[in-house]
Design a protein around this ligand. Structure first.
Ligand code: PAF
Length: 284
């Protein structure tokens, strides 16, 4: 596996892949890799001959007071995991490479507000602008045929799919199911922030999503499920941000779901101590 910190070196290297007609899959990450990321790399390997993984903790997608400084940076351990997973290139740029004029002076990309100002975007203003801006840059730098993202960040996946379509980028976006710990907790780099007690409570999020799915399939209306769910979360020490039923494509709110309806998604965000956790489940 080749490691590049500069765009010029990376471009020269992957130009060779293109000359040999080899397609490239990109897996954008912020590092601190876990089994969920490695599953994305494996899917990328199945999709294309060459796999480029980027590791960049993107300052533009963190708000004031968020965990940008604390975000775990584990480059050497990540490099070893990627090597073992069969990635061909690791791109780990500096801020200067990505934001040559400083991030506050960067051109930015905004997906439509209907997708970005709701759910996580409502409590994290500017977050999705940061995500779409850096992902568009990575797409331009690597020019992959396929890019792979996890469904754990479901809203992010939909926002990136929309940006890619709206900007006519010739990139196929693959979304992969969430990887979970044995007790159901969605794998996330932020799980490492949890205390032992918080960690033992955290699987309640997934249990609650499963409960909501059962209630919906039994014909219960969403309002009643939401009210009960929020009460349960608060009772267990979470500070809920949202617990909501949405159309799985456009993320617009739904009031219920029954067999035969278009696919829906239950999405949930809650703070546990200092840690903000998100999860979601498909209803189809
Ligand atoms: O999901 C992430 O890790 C990040 O939001 C991404 C897509 C790598 C952009 O910084």
């Amino acid at each position: 596996m080749q490691v590049f910190q500069d765009i010029a070196g990376l471009r020269t290297h992957i130009a060779r892949y293109r000359r040999d007609d080899q397609e490239i899959a990109l897996v954008p990450t912020m590092g601190n890799l876990h089994a969920g990321h490695i599953a994305l790399v494996k899917a990328a390997r199945e999709a294309c001959e060459r796999v480029v993984v980027s590791i960049y903790v993107n300052p533009l997608q963190f708000g004031a007071g968020e965990d940008f400084d604390a975000y775990p940076r584990t480059l050497e351990a990540d490099r070893q995991k990627l090597e073992a997973a069969g990635a061909h290139v690791l791109f780990a740029p500096s801020d200067r490479e990505i934001y040559p004029q400083g991030r506050e002076h960067s051109t930015t990309i905004d997906a439509p507000e209907a997708l970005t100002h709701t759910l996580c975007g409502a409590s994290r203003p500017g977050h999705f602008r940061g995500v779409t801006t850096v992902v568009a840059k990575l797409f331009n730098i690597v020019q992959p045929t396929v890019a792979v993202f996890g469904e754990k960040d479901f809203q992010q996946l939909r926002v990136i799919q929309r940006m890619t379509a709206d900007l006519n980028l010739p990139i196929r976006i693959l979304g992969l199911p969430t990887h979970r710990e044995a007790d159901g907790l969605a794998m996330s780099s932020r799980n490492g922030y949890l205390s032992a007690e918080e960690r033992s409570n955290a699987p309640l999020l997934y249990a609650q999503l499963q409960w909501a799915a059962e209630q919906l399939r039994a014909g219960e209306i969403w309002d009643a499920i939401e009210a009960e769910g929020l009460k349960r979360l608060s009772g267990a020490g979470f500070v809920p941000d949202y617990f909501t039923l949405r159309d799985a494509e456009n993320l617009q709110p739904l009031t219920g779901w029954q067999a035969g309806d278009a696919p829906a998604r239950v999405l949930l965000a809650a703070r546990l101590g200092q840690t903000r956790l998100i999860d979601n489940l498909s209803i189809s």
